[in-house]
Ligand binder design. Sequence first.
Ligand SMILES: NC(=O)C1=CN([C@@H]2O[C@H](COP(=O)(O)OP(=O)(O)OC[C@H]3O[C@@H](n4cnc5c(N)ncnc54)[C@H](O)[C@@H]3O)[C@@H](O)[C@H]2O)C=CC1
Ligand SMILES: O=C(O)C(=O)COP(=O)(O)O
Length: 527
Amino acid sequence: MKVLVTDPIADAGLERLDEAGFIVETAYDIEGEALRSAIQDAVGLVVRSGTEVTADLLAAAPELVIVGRAGIGVDNIDIDAATEHGVIVANAPEGNVRAAAEHTVAMAFATARSIPQAHSRLKSGEWAKGEYLGTELNNKTLGIVGLGRVGQEVARRLNSLGMDLLAYDPYIGADRAAALGAELAELDTVLERADIATVHTPLTPETEGLISEPELAKLEGGYLINCARGGIIDESALAEAVADGTLNGAALDVFADEPLSTDSPLLAVENVVVTPHLGASTEAAQENVATSIADQIVAATNDEPVMNALNAPSIDASAFPRVEPYIKLSETAGRIAMQLFDGRANEAHVEYAGDIAGEEIDIVTASALKGMFRPLEPQVNAVNAPSVAEERGIDVIESKTQQAEDFQSLVTVTVRNGEDTISVCGTQFTGSDPRIVRIDGYRVDAIPHGHMLVARNYDRPGVIGFIGTVLGDHEINIAGMYNGRETIGGEALTVYSLDNEIPKEIIEQLEADERIIRAKYLALNNQ
Ligand SMILES: NC(=O)C1=CN([C@@H]2O[C@H](COP(=O)(O)OP(=O)(O)OC[C@H]3O[C@@H](n4cnc5c(N)ncnc54)[C@H](O)[C@@H]3O)[C@@H](O)[C@H]2O)C=CC1
Ligand SMILES: O=C(O)C(=O)COP(=O)(O)O
């Protein structure tokens, strides 16, 4: 399996992919046909901000399972197109936050104290001491546009250097801001009152051009920093505002078009400090994001949950250990339910009982759907399972209850069409395999296993022996057997865990016996 890496990442990430057995192909600075050809047989693509992952590129990648962004911003990835192709897009939202925040602080000092300008003058032999009178950050107001992960780290650092904090972020609560010592205000107010404004939003249709000429006028006499994304600030308006003295200075790490063209008006303005998108470029940050992405590529290609998937339900790192066992369990329950169900389902109901009902369960439901559809559509995953359900006209219902009988948690997947219904209920005991504890109302205690036989039979002496003999005659080894019955002599349901597949003829042989109502072979392995 090949992973294509089209922007440089830390060796630690490449090594991790290598150790996991991938063929790792690094191909920096390729585009067009060369890129489309390189991605053709790749299961994973690793990028930073230098690669545009377009619908066209994704269409050229039939094997692709995941695009991993070794960093935060995903404005260079067409996530909708990825979702349509069932390709997971994941980023590394934590690993470079501190690096980006530190770079922002460095840029604040760089512009307020004209460090790069004075440095260049001195290097060229000029002792221009009398020409630079800087601005102290202490006791000034910092205006933060976008108080997310990076914005908050910047807030903490510059607050500790004596700055008052004012922030504009319509999606964050006042309590969160207050806990940081920041006052929330509208964008205009933030710009009017700030001495230094710093932008930390993603680039979205809403933030594109968020700060242009009228907003720059409000920041009159101040400084503007952008270590988030080019395109949020109108670059020509900014060049003009600094050149004509509306602003004292600006510091930019990111640009609408990268690499920045040498004829950009920004480069002609003395008080615009620039760096070539270095915010995340520290050893620690690069190692963090590269290993995080490598781990997620390993998970995705092993069909395991991907921690920071952006187009599939993802889970908070702290909740992951509690939820993870139920992801596999619900996939198995979905798989068993759908295989036992004869005919077309039009409803899938996933019920959560007990502790699991208190968790974020979107990914568990997606996983149940994935289990239902996998034997029919091998490409299905947590990204496209909900849309596969929709295409197949299956309503998906989730419900939660605190009561889980004698269990800590139960997940029940019910597949239905009118009166016809099959439900499969499972639980997870600490430190052990998942258990299926009820099938269609019958109590069982089955450890789901690669091959299973579920038999509905009349509860008569010798039936279980008969099934065992038929299987044994065909060299099919029984790893476990679990019997559930309603009443003595009534109907019973028996679940067998087997080491081998059961050919169709054996199922027919079993069903030919009058004591057996129904025998169904279930494949629970990943094919
Ligand atoms: N220069 C560099 O090398 C680096 C740049 N970045 C960039 O920094 C930016 C921030 O990253 P994070 O803090 O991790 O993202 P985040 O998602 O944690 O925070 C973004 C914040 O912006 C807010 N926001 C969204 N739309 C907004 C709007 N219209 N107006 C005001 N606020 C809005 C959100 O509510 C959120 O609080 C991203 O653009 C990211 O790509 C991140 C790391 C390195
Ligand atoms: O993580 C981000 O959003 C960044 O902007 C870092 O970009 P890079 O990985 O250095 O191209």
